[in-house]
Ligand binder design. Structure first.
Ligand SMILES: Cc1ncc(C[n+]2csc(CCOP(=O)(O)OP(=O)(O)O)c2C)c(N)n1
Ligand SMILES: CC(=O)[C@@H](O)[C@H](O)COP(=O)(O)O
Ligand SMILES: [Mg+2]
Length: 620
């Protein structure tokens, strides 16, 4: 069947038996391909029928489907002629793992960060209506993403809409791991409200028996939204907000999904279709452990085991372990995650200190202010959060944490290039946005030992502090270089002459290689580990400038506003004699690919950097 799907809308040519067969083929295809490339498997397996139903009732690309987060858009990609793209899914130059407008005209909106789909969908609806156009807009949001504040801001804003706007709530009672919070509990109640579902079905059936009038009454009930369920289900959250609630619908039953979607299209106003799905559906290992198969590397299909062997601690592991260790001595330490307990290494903390652990849902902005409140209340909060997701909490960082100089520790994980998730997930702005905040201290470790030391140091501070570290294996070289952390002070690793390399955080490994290459070429560069990005070590810069013609600052962040520019600004302001070369990322978005390839493409691999340093030095 899959062979017959060459482009969008081809699915409509299949009969019901063929459609059933197609669902099976899609699952087999996804498991097979993702087992080789890695990717977001479980979420995709869960929405096969839902995506098929959407494609059956939509006319693409005229109609707009907006996938929240977008990690579940693989079937959508398959049904819109991108089967071949799965060969190089998420690798450099290959197909993205997320919807991309530049990739297909059937991708209505780029996503990656959660809870944006309802806002974007509502924007489309308003544009459609103002331009007197005629198409259907459907936002598909997961129950996990419905823990994010933006979703509620959008629902609130959509409530006075008089024209059709469909929000499909894909409820698998899972975020990456178990979903949390009041809305999750509320949805669980809706799922299991047998009295209500039974009664609703009974009443609808009964009405359908009434000739002519029955259908009209059902239609009236739908249009006026005075549906029967209000009488029996307390606190109809969505209905009370002015949003028609339909469901819950079994999400792996294609005919029922199509029927419900057709119903939803008739509603004159915002409608929420509650669909129940199983994360990982159809592949036993993923159904059993949907969290493990949420985002997974290449694996063995038979056993479900990940192929790559773990070779040492990740920075995340180190952070999680040291935090637990410190928490055993200091009862004031509390930990916060925004739905990423595993990803940020806080699962261990959760296990040992459940009462001091807070999963706030996918709500980074709330997480930051919540941490501020905890700190104001006398605790020592540690918010471990991915760099790109912390972007969500920028105003809260300034307004709620830094302005009051509250001692919150931010473990900024996935800083720098993250690789295959691409543009939306690269943590390449944090040095710029954090260093601009008064009262904030920003540190970054050169290796795993220094991360441990920095976390301990940060926990002693009485003001906000961020420690940034990357995804993946922690560098375990230079264990011996473990000079005590001193506030605002950098660390001299090698003293040379003429050229000084100032290395920022995890780029140390690459800086060491760069220095080796320069030595091979007859140079004798100094190597300094910055340690602090804010405040920068001005005394060190003064000293370096006395004896070095060229200062090369190496960092994995966009150049604008990051460490290199801060060093450069200081040198200029003080009219120091050295030339500053910043080796950082361009003022751009970096697509998906392996970190090594991306570094090469952007000129921050040791080969390119050593060449650039020599070229610049020769020009001085
Ligand atoms: C702002 C933001 N924070 C965190 C994430 C990481 N993340 C990606 S998917 C996901 C869980 C989403 O759950 P749900 O919407 O229910 O989708 P499911 O995977 O269950 O289909 C999380 C936390 C993100 N993409 N964006
Ligand atoms: C879709 C999403 O935002 C997450 O699943 C993300 O891909 C996780 O990234 P890590 O693999 O780095 O934990
Ligand atoms: Mg979910």
């Amino acid at each position: 069947m899959l062979e017959r799907i060459q482009k969008e809308n081809d699915i409509k040519k299949l009969n019901s038996e063929e459609l059933e067969c197609l669902a099976g083929e899609i699952r087999e295809f996804l498991v097979e391909k993702v087992s080789k490339t890695g990717g977001h498997l479980a979420s995709n397996l869960g929405v096969v029928e839902l995506t098929m139903a959407l494609h059956l009732i939509c006319d693409l690309p005229k109609d707009k489907i907006i996938w929240d987060v977008g990690h579940q858009s693989y079937t959508h990609k398959l049904l819109t002629g991108r089967k071949e793209g799965f060969e190089d899914l998420r690798s450099y130059g290959g197909m993205s793992g997320f919807p991309k407008r530049k990739e297909s005209q059937c991708d209505a909106f780029d996503t990656g960060h959660s809870s944006t789909s309802i806002s974007a969908g509502l924007g489309y609806v308003r544009a459609r209506d103002l331009k007197h156009e005629d198409y259907t807009v459907i936002s598909v949001i997961g129950d996990g993403s419905l823990t994010g504040g933006m979703a509620y801001e959008a629902l609130n804003n959509a409530s006075n809409l008089k024209t059709n706007f469909i929000v499909v709530l894909n409820d698998n009672h899972m975020s990456i791991s178990e979903n949390v919070g009041g809305m999750s509990r509320y949805l669980a109640n809706l799922r299991t409200a047998d009295i209500y579902t039974g009664l609703k079905k009974g009443v609808t059936n009964a009405l359908q028996q009434v000739p002519v009038m029955g259908d009209r009454m059902i239609e009236h009930i739908r249009k006026t939204k005075s549906s029967i369920k209000q009488l029996v289900v307390p606190g109809m959250f969505f209905e009370d907000m002015g949003i028609t609630y339909l469901g819950p619908i079994p999400g792996h039953n294609l005919p029922m999904l199509c029927k419900a979607l057709k119903e939803a299209k008739k509603v004159e106003g915002p409608v929420l279709l509650h669909v129940m799905t199983t994360k990982g559906k159809g592949y036993e290992p993923a159904e059993t452990a949907p969290d493990k198969f949420h985002g997974i590397g290449p694996f063995d299909i038979e056993s479900g085991k990940v192929l790559a062997k773990k070779d040492g601690d990740t920075y995340t592991d180190v952070f999680g372990k040291v935090l637990c260790d410190e928490a055993s001595r200091n009862p004031d330490i509390v930990a916060i995650t925004a739905a990423m307990a595993d990803g940020t290494g806080l699962a261990r903390f959760k296990k040992h200190y459940p009462n001091r652990f807070f999963d706030v849902g996918i709500a980074e902005e709330h997480g930051v202010t919540f941490a501020a409140g905890l700190a104001a209340g006398g605790l020592k909060p540690v918010f471990a959060v991915y760099s790109s997701f912390l972007q969500r909490g920028y105003d809260q960082l300034i307004h709620d944490v830094a302005l009051q100089n509250l001692p919150v520790v931010f473990g900024v994980d996935r800083a720098g290039l993250v690789g295959s998730d691409g543009e939306t997930h690269q943590g390449i702005f944090d040095l710029s946005f954090l260093s601009n905040i008064p009262n904030m201290t920003v540190m970054s470790p050169k290796n795993k030992w220094e991360l441990a030391d920095m976390l301990r140091f940060a926990l002693q501070m009485n003001s906000p502090v961020a420690i940034r570290y990357p995804r993946g294996k922690a560098y375990d070289g230079y264990e011996g270089c473990r000079e005590r952390i001193s506030y605002g002070k950098s660390e001299w690793i090698f003293e040379g002459k003429e050229i000084a390399i100032l290395s920022v955080g995890h780029m140390f490994e690459e800086a060491v290689k760069t220095r080796d290459k320069l030595i091979e070429q007859g140079y004798e560069p100094t190597l300094i580990n910055m340690r602090f990005i804010k405040p920068i070590d001005e005394a060190m810069i003064e000293k370096v400038c006395q004896t070095h013609k060229l200062i090369a600052v190496i960092e994995e962040n966009v150049q604008t506003g990051a460490c290199g520019e801060r060093v450069s600004e200081y040198v200029m302001r003080k009219m120091l004699p050295s030339h500053v070369l910043t080796l950082a990322l361009p003022d751009d978005y970096i697509e998906h690919g392996s970190v090594d390839v991306l570094r090469k493409m952007t000129g921050i691999d040791s080969e390119s950097m050593s060449e650039k340093i020599i070229e610049t030095y020769k020009e001085l």
